[in-house]
Design a protein around this ligand. Structure first.
Ligand code: XIL
Length: 723
């Protein structure tokens, strides 16, 4: 009896553990919108120096991204040819780091708040094109270089398009010409290759101007210019644009393969003359007796109108959150907004979410409620800071479910893609019925969290396959590439880069499952398990394959001794897939990484990466004897890696998939073959027949196969419609 009670208690404890307590309703913007959108604000000096006590707590609690209202504009940060003023910007960045915020830089190249001398030589004569380009490069390199790895996104060019969609006749344009924009992006990318780079402008909702900006972004992308995103400034009026137009604008830009941010959101409640419809900072107007109607406060009816407008916009942003990154308000409280002085000086505007006393306005509560309602309708109960649950469970020992039978090729009715993202150091799953259109099964949220599965708190390079037992075998690299920034290590990597190269991680994450929900897990240190290997610097990119000769699952992966050069090695695993049982042996001299093997007509086709290009070798034995081809296999011009293949079920076609990490934003590329000799280029995701419905920029992926019943089971479990 006692035993039974104890057993019941244990069961109760376990199920209490499995069922987390109902999360509290979020009360701050960043919690309410996490993990779908970052929410931020532009800060003035008093705010980031924490002298402004009115907004100090508001900022810390509500925002996870910030923009500098003025301190990174040219006139402030470089007031003279050889004169830089970094102090305010240093403080701005330090504030963002202290609060773990995504830090934006605004803005490198703009016609406004840029001193006249920038465009003139020492005698006051206009600079030549070359001299102005050199000055621009110097400015960008100095500023972006100073905050490299700390400022995560830059407005590279601000407001280069005129209201009619033509190029704005700025000094930049007049002296340098059309390509000043491309040059600015190139310079910024040189200075910090990891930073996100944006084109930023106002009134992109207006058709003529939008057309001009879309053409510009298209041209930049086609020329391979590293642009990641577009900032819609979002200086709204109380009655325009409509939410529908806003939605269309976001979609139009996202369709070009750039992320869309709202970079300077506010809603002007004061009357405007039609001439002054824009956010052109050079536009000014004289006030008259009717132009400042809300000197003594915003009437209740207007408060409600403003709240409704904000709610409608945030609804649109949530609906497009897969294409967006962040929503940044241009200011915090109504007492400190540029709209008190623009376009008419000295008025009393009310465009933000907190009033002049620092009290949240009805608009604040409306924005909060929009996220809470949206989460309840779309993703189950509102959570505070916890992202959408991963939907998987780690188990100590994996048991084969009753009645489970290993499917044969004829039983398969769909595809499963595993991929990862740098932003989350986590891996994801996407499914497809036809092998062309893939839907992330957790709606673009992680399933395999590096924080839980890896010693470095990051996972990369996931590979999935099925064994002859029908189980799913998932192998991943244990590595966090932002470990220092995340406070996990003191140095960029565990050991010095000069000695051991990039990454220098040595554990492989091994997981096995029969149903994709219950997973066994092991984090296996290759170096300590096999001291005979000597001082390996790095072990990564594991893949699994069944070796029919040995009747065992085999893991093959890349190893590097010293800082450079690497080859592919193999070892056999235990049946439970928790460890390598045999000492890793050389599989092929690749002088490269990411080996992937496909058995085909009695041979083994090996793809791998070397010199950022996909290469190929072939052998009649699995574990050696590969004959290498000299040429690049993939059709891309930019860097590629991580080749894997999958078969188009019911046909004789195979797809070779690779990570086009040189693309901006990065993407996956595909080529099709029937003989592993001739390939047809299918292009990248969302540029041809291969499509994603609810995620972008997957990295380093692999595909395996599912039965129709398995597809249905995951669709039900993760509540995802798989068309
Ligand atoms: C504004 C600032 O808020 C003011 O403090 C400053 O006096 C002028 O500039 N579009 C932009 C921002 O890209 O940089 C502008 O910021 C607002 C319009």
């Amino acid at each position: 009896m006692k035993r039974l009670a104890l057993a019941l208690l244990v069961v109760a404890a376990i199920s209490a553990h499995a069922q987390p307590p109902a999360p509290a309703t979020p009360t701050t913007l960043k919690d309410a919108y996490s993990p779908y959108l970052r929410v931020g604000a532009a800060l003035n000096n008093a705010q980031f120096e924490e002298r402004d006590l009115l907004t100090k707590d508001i900022i810390a609690a509500n925002f996870n991204t910030i923009s500098p209202e003025n301190v990174l504009k040219w006139e402030v940060v470089q007031p003279g040819v050889d004169k830089y003023n970094f102090d305010p910007a240093d403080k701005y960045v330090a504030f963002g780091e202290k609060h773990h915020m995504f830090i934006v830089g605004h803005c490198l190249v703009w016609h406004s708040q840029t001193p006249r001398w920038v465009f003139e030589d020492a005698d006051g004569k206009p600079l030549t094109r070359d001299a102005l380009l050199a000055r621009m490069r110097d400015h960008i390199h100095t500023i972006v270089g100073r905050y490299k790895g700390r400022i995560q996104g830059w407005d590279v060019v601000n407001e280069a398009i005129a209201d009619d969609g033509s190029m704005r006749q700025s000094n930049w344009y007049k002296i340098i010409g059309d390509d000043f924009i491309a040059k600015a992006f190139e310079y910024a990318h040189e200075a910090d290759p990891a930073a996100e780079l944006y084109y930023n402008d106002y009134s992109l909702e207006n058709e003529a101007k939008r057309k001009g900006a879309l053409a510009l972004v298209k041209k930049l992308k086609a020329a391979g210019i590293p642009i990641n995103g577009v900032g819609l400034q979002g200086h709204m009026k109380i009655d325009r644009p409509t939410p529908a137009v806003e939605a269309q604008t976001i979609e139009d830009f996202a369709a070009l393969g750039v992320r869309v941010n709202i970079s300077e959101l506010d809603i002007d409640v004061l009357p405007r003359t039609s001439v002054l419809d824009s956010a052109d900072v050079s536009a000014t107007a004289k006030g008259d007796s009717n132009s400042n109607p809300y000197k003594d406060g915003l009437p209740e009816e207007m408060q409600q109108r403003l709240a409704q407008r904000y709610a409608e916009f945030f609804q649109v942003f949530l609906e497009h959150s897969n294409q967006m990154g962040r929503i940044t308000l241009w200011g915090v409280d109504d007492g400190h907004t540029w709209l008190n002085n623009f376009p008419t000086r000295g008025r009393t505007n009310h465009p933000l979410l907190w009033d002049r006393q620092g009290k949240p306005k009805p608009a604040f509560f409306a924005v909060l409620k929009t996220a809470i309602d949206w989460k309840a309708a779309h993703r189950g109960p509102a959570t505070s800071t916890t992202p959408r649950p991963t939907g998987i469970e780690l188990v100590k020992t994996l048991t084969k479910p009753k009645g489970f039978r290993a499917p044969m090729e004829k039983d398969f009715g769909g595809y499963l893609l595993v991929y990862f993202k740098d932003q989350t150091q986590a891996a994801y799953l996407a499914a497809s019925k036809d092998g062309y259109t893939f839907t992330d099964i957790n709606d673009g949220q992680p399933i395999f969290l590096g924080a839980e599965l890896a010693e470095q708190k990051g996972v990369r390079d996931p590979h999935i396959t099925r064994g002859p037992d029908g189980a799913f075998y998932l192998a991943m690299t244990d590595l966090h590439i932002f470990g220092q920034r995340a406070g996990i290590f003191k140095t960029p990597f565990q050991r010095p880069v000069e000695e051991c190269g990039w990454g220098n991680n040595r554990a492989l994450v091994l997981m096995k499952s029969y149903d994709l929900i219950h997973w066994s897990h092991s984090d296996f240190r290759v170096d300590t398990a096999f001291p005979a290997l000597g001082n390996i610097c790095t072990a990564w990119a594991p893949e699994t394959i069944y070796d029919p000769a040995k009747k065992k699952m085999m893991v093959y992966f890349t190893m590097r001794y010293g800082p450079k050069g690497s080859d592919v090695y193999y070892a056999y695993t235990d049946p439970a897939f928790t460890r390598l049982e045999t000492k890793p042996e050389l599989l092929a001299h690749t002088d490269g990484a990411d080996g992937d093997i496909t058995p085909f007509h009695g041979k083994y086709e090996l793809y791998f990466v070397s010199d950022a290009k996909i290469r190929h070798g072939v052998s009649s034995t699995l574990t050696g004897g590969y004959q290498m081809d000299p040429q690049r296999i993939d059709p891309e011009k930019v860097s590629t890696e991580a080749p894997t293949t999958f078969k188009r079920l019911g046909t004789d076609k195979y797809v070779l998939m690779y990570d086009v990490y040189g693309a901006r934003p990065s993407n996956m590329g595909f080529s099709e073959t029937t003989d592993f000799q001739q390939f047809t280029n299918l292009g990248r995701f969302n540029e041809g027949v291969m499509k994603t419905t609810n995620f972008t920029s997957p990295k380093h992926g692999a595909v395996t196969y599912l039965t129709a019943a398995e597809l249905k089971a995951i669709a039900d479990h993760w509540h995802v419609p798989l068309q």
